[in-house]
Ligand binder design. Structure first.
Ligand code: NAD
Length: 335
């Protein structure tokens, strides 16, 4: 039997899970990916990829036909503001993600997994600390008294607690990271589940120079965005270290959405006008607070946003161009 470390990545067909599989393979792991769907952009780096529904405990059980050292639990029912903040998908989001977490944690315990990572979210932080766009408070210790602004955030908070109880009662080695707006290539960029950076890149890529794009709200709401490579780096450092978390995994480079549009337009070499329209917004301001990660891991993300945006814009504009090429011409266009 090989002495390679073994890992299961749940949500390997998704954005961050796909990048994590690639990273673990590069580090020499044997990796089993699992997701309800194949990877959207064809990432086939896992040694084994199971298409299965993690809400089904039998599917979870079957993943453990060999000893597994580490589990990375990234599977969740999720999307951008248009999916999570309208209220229309709340029951599905809470039911599906909680079931996946309950199943994967219990099956990992039964199989003596050495360490398990859980991907929580900045959406756990109380709404009242994120009303001022210039001064949001998101240090880890401000999470209680709890008051997340979405049911997605409440489920994440419940699952954080679930993981912590498995540590307390069964001494399981859990690690919990709170992701803040992760972006990069091979993320959803259209269809309604895309998040802000991908949506802005797509809109700018499809707009003419001097054209107009629509942005939800007044665009003065602030956010920070973390490039996916640094997210994966943080996950690996957390898993290698002793600190359990929860700890923020995000960037401290906060900016208003209007400025994000300007940045993408600059990268694209276009002049873009913004039309503000009503839409689901989330909190007024949000930024990662990296004091704890710096203290516990001796490291924090530091890459300038513009670098990740440049890479991501390039990838999304290629996707847009490919999609246009594949569009079937209408009959009148063929005539
Ligand atoms: P993603 O949607 O691309 O990946 C999640 C994957 O889970 C998807 O591929 C989906 O098919 C899979 N999944 C959903 N239900 C499943 C089921 N029943 N069985 C098996 N697989 C199932 O999202 P992502 O951006 O890669 O996020 C990964 C994790 O990080 C999620 O838990 C998400 O909540 C968390 N997170 C992400 C961000 C972000 O900015 N991307 C921010 C905070 C937290």
């Amino acid at each position: 039997m090989s002495n390679k470390k073994t890992a299961i990545v749940c949500g390997a067909g998704g954005f961050i899970g796909g990048h994590l599989v690639t990273r673990l393979k590069r580090e020499g792991y044997w990796v089993r990916g699992v997701d309800i769907k194949a990877h959207e952009y064809g990432n086939e780096n896992a040694d084994d990829f199971v298409v299965g529904d993690l809400r089904d405990f039998e599917v979870c059980k079957a993943l453990f036909d060999r000893p597994i050292d580490e589990v990375y639990q990234l599977a969740a029912d999720m999307g951008g503001a248009g999916y999570l903040f309208t209220g229309d998908n709340d029951a599905a989001v809470m039911h599906n993600s909680a079931l996946i977490n309950l199943n994967m944690l219990e099956i990992s315990r039964l199989n003596d997994v050495k360490k398990i990572f859980y991907s929580s979210s900045a959406c756990v932080y109380p709404e009242h600390n994120q009303m001022d766009p210039d001064n949001p408070k998101c240090s880890e210790d401000t999470v209680y008294p709890a008051s997340p602004d979405s049911e997605y955030g409440w489920e994440k908070l419940f699952s954080e607690r679930l993981f912590l109880t498995y540590h307390k009662n069964y001494q399981m080695e859990v690690r919990i990271g709170r992701f803040h707006n992760i972006f990069g290539p091979e993320g959803t960029w259209d269809g309604g589940k895309e998040k802000v950076p991908a949506a802005v890149c797509r809109k700018v890529a499809t707009a003419e120079d001097g054209g107009e794009i629509e942005i939800w709200g007044d665009g003065k709401q602030t956010r920070s965005f973390l490039f996916v490579d640094e997210c994966v780096e943080a996950v690996r450092r957390l898993m290698e270290g002793e600190f359990i978390g929860p700890v923020n995994i995000g960037s401290e480079e906060m900016l208003p959405i209007n400025e994000l549009v300007e940045m993408v337009a600059q990268v694209a070499g276009k002049t873009i006008n913004i039309k503000h329209i009503p839409g689901p917004l989330g909190v007024r301001g949000r930024n990662s607070d990296n004091e704890l990660i710096r203290e516990k891991l001796g490291w924090a993300p530091s890459r300038p946003l513009i670098e990740g945006i440049t890479t991501t814009y390039q990838w999304i504009s290629e996707q847009v161009a490919n999609t246009k090429e594949q569009e079937v011409p209408k009959a009148e266009e063929l005539a």
